[in-house]
Design a binder for this molecule. Sequence first.
Ligand SMILES: CC1(C)O[C@H]2[C@@H](O1)[C@@]1(COC(C)(C)O1)O[C@@H]2CNc1nc2cc3nc(N)[nH]c(=O)c3cc2[nH]1
Ligand SMILES: [Zn+2]
Length: 372
Amino acid sequence: MTRFSFDLQGTDGSARTGVIHTPRGQIRTPAFMPVGTAATVKAMLPESVEATGADILLGNTYHLMLRPTAERIDRLGGLHRFMNWDRPILTDSGGFQVMSLADLRKLTEEGVSFRSHVDGSKHMLTPERSMEIQRLLGSDIVMCFDECPALPADRKRIEESMRLSMRWAARSREAFGDRPGHALFGIQQGGLEEDMREESAEALRAIGFDGYAIGGLAVGEGQEAMFRALDFAPAQLPEDKPRYLMGVGKPDDIVGAVKRGVDMMDCVLPSRSGRTGQAWTRRGQVNIKNARHADDPRPLDADCTCPACRNYSRAYLHHVFRAQEMISGMLLTWHNLHYYQDLMAGMRAAIAENRFAAFEAAFHAARAEGDI
Ligand SMILES: CC1(C)O[C@H]2[C@@H](O1)[C@@]1(COC(C)(C)O1)O[C@@H]2CNc1nc2cc3nc(N)[nH]c(=O)c3cc2[nH]1
Ligand SMILES: [Zn+2]
């Protein structure tokens, strides 16, 4: 049985490339994880997600515990069987989603009680319950149960929240137990404060995890503040384990994060924006609903090999978006996820060949401002 391991294969400045080995397959890093919140990457078949080059996708404890419940998914053979994805799955632990989506939340040392945003039913999440749910789902990479404070927040709030999350990290580790082939990732907190993130990193290192996430960011602080935190946070975490930046981001966020030593990321942006007519291309953003595309016979991105760019014109994509046809979300989501994976593959190769700086310069030079 392949156990979980990280093979760091190359570095270029702070940027790194490698492979995470899991029993369900390898994850090439830097890696981007499409978000499959409710056991589906919206508007995509699993085989389409695989075709984009994704090695791993993300699921959510919060959504799946409410509907259809983790117990039902377990009875049906686990999340991989349920959603027909046999490669690695990472599941977020629920705390962040409770704070951003649920109603009537009550936070105590024990955990968080809340009412479902689906049907108003009452629920409680604790480190122990989150570990049980993620075990029932069968996810390959389990996230600690943590609390992510909304920014801006004062230092006292950040400090109290981070220390609660570190106590919950210890409880998560204890409840996770010894599960060969499954990984548990700790989540660093501490807002934008270097000293608090150092304290958090030390606390997590003392407990010991298979990987370390940088939490508490991409919560509205903006790219400049996020990059300032990423100028120190990745290096505070163990060098021989994967570093996962949660919830990021736009293509230029991702390039900047990889440059600063991040190995894994996830974001709803490419799939969510695909459904709203927003395409991300090598030359910048295309808002397909814009009338300028109505007669344009050219593809979204002439350099892209995805089905949308190979077989359809901007005029067609404009038409089906305006007509609110389902194929619009399908094609734009596929394109966006393909573009994101293409960007990751380009960075992996650039790091391996020690030319990341040139890759980054070309990335920015190719991008026109505004809508193209
Ligand atoms: C709620 C939803 C769908 O998730 C997206 C998106 O909205 C939104 C809402 O506001 C913007 C910033 C624009 O992006 O924030 C999400 C992307 N940022 C993010 N995801 C995270 C997930 C996390 N999970 C855990 N367990 N712990 C964390 O600290 C954590 C931090 C995170 N930061
Ligand atoms: Zn394309």
